[in-house]
Write a protein that binds this ligand. Structure first.
Ligand code: F1P
Length: 346
């Protein structure tokens, strides 16, 4: 990814490789509000970005489904910067939302995979992912690439605004550099994920729970399962569980927690206890070496530790793999799921 973004933008004393934004970075830094728009997985990447931009750059953020935004009468100001996220670059809802925001004077930036795509052409500037086309319909590597680029943008913006301290900045950059090796490590653990997938192949429903930056990961895990194995799955913020979804929990309900060692660890542990008290079967994505959660749940999948703000890049991978194995075991065509199109152009 870094290789594909030629040119650098200046953020504080450093420069970051995000060449596509040259000339527009000041506009982003001065934005009164940043609105992320996208559909499906790309919307989930926007939700992760909300946590990143708020935390690292202390900026006012909204995240909108393009498919709703385009039909509303949203209040858009010329000081707004709209960041459109799309793998295919051809999603009709996202294109229509861009046009609406443009008519109202907003600046439009794109985070797109497809070079020269309709969405890329409709934006004022942006960063290409160059992740290569998704072989299947479901977006996987596009999601991790989108989140990587959005993390770099948030980091650059945080440095420019002076809201991102030196030590966090270094930790995040080192974290990003270690990620390829760490993802390899998660992939080497595929057999464990496959075994768990085998046990739950015929489950009829799943709940995915996460807190903070892992809430969008829970949504994305549930979406991947729905898309390729046609199993009903719901993603929720774990703190919302007591406001309704807890009624669904019994011994037939597998619950997947993203429960890595970060700022919400203690709270997520207590959510796990609440589910176990109601006999839910729990699979937890945990940080390697975690001993406590192992004693509470049915299955754990370990991932390496990384900085919380970029941890979705690791925690989503076992969820993608779990969906993949369950779908294959159910005999689904994972590359061409029924009813889904690679780019939704109508
Ligand atoms: C958005 C999206 C994908 C999903 C499927 C349908 O596409 O919802 O996330 O996996 O392919 O379209 P895009 O705008 O990111 O190309």
């Amino acid at each position: 990814i870094a290789d594909s973004m030629r040119g650098r933008i200046h953020a504080g004393n450093e420069s970051i490789q995000l060449g596509g934004l040259t000339g527009y970075f000041d506009r982003l830094a001065d934005a009164s509000r940043i609105i992320f728009i996208g559909c499906g997985t790309s919307w989930h990447a926007g939700l992760v970005a909300e946590y990143l931009f708020e935390e690292l750059a202390r900026v006012n953020v909204e995240v909108e489904y393009a498919s709703e935004f385009r039909y509303r009468n949203p209040v858009i100001h010329p000081g707004d910067v709209v960041i459109a996220i799309s793998q295919s670059g051809e999603t009709a809802d996202t294109l229509a939302a861009i046009e609406l925001a443009k008519e109202n004077g907003a600046t439009i930036l794109g985070v797109c995979n497809a070079v020269g795509s309709s969405i890329a052409r409709a934006t004022h500037a942006g960063a290409y992912l160059h992740a290569g086309p998704e072989i299947g319909v479901a977006s996987t590597k596009a999601f991790t690439s989108q989140v990587t680029v959005l993390a770099l943008m948030a980091i650059a913006l945080g440095r420019r605004k002076g809201t991102l301290p030196d030590h966090t900045f270094r930790e995040l950059l080192n974290g990003l550099q270690s990620l390829p090796g760490q993802i390899e490590q998660v992939l080497r653990n595929s057999d464990r994920i496959k075994e768990i997938g085998y046990i739950f192949t015929y489950a009829r429903n799943f709940i995915y729970l996460g807190r903070g930056v892992h809430f969008p990961v829970a949504l994305e895990g549930a979406l991947k399962l729905k898309e390729i194995s046609y199993i009903h799955a719901e993603g929720y913020p774990a703190a919302e569980m007591k406001h309704g979804p807890i009624a669904l929990i019994d011994e037939d309900m597998p619950v997947i927690f993203i429960a890595t060692r970060d700022s919400s660890y203690e709270k997520i542990v207590s959510n796990i206890q609440e589910v176990k008290a109601r006999k839910g079967r729990v699979i937890a994505i945990v940080t390697e070496g975690d001993q406590l959660i192992k004693t509470l749940v049915d299955f754990t999948i370990e991932i390496p530790w990384t900085h919380e703000m970029i941890s979705p890049l690791l925690s989503v991978v076992p969820l993608q793999l779990l969906s993949y194995y369950i779908a294959v075991m159910r005999g689904r065509n994972v590359d061409q799921p029924r009813n889904l199109a690679k780019s939704v152009t109508v």
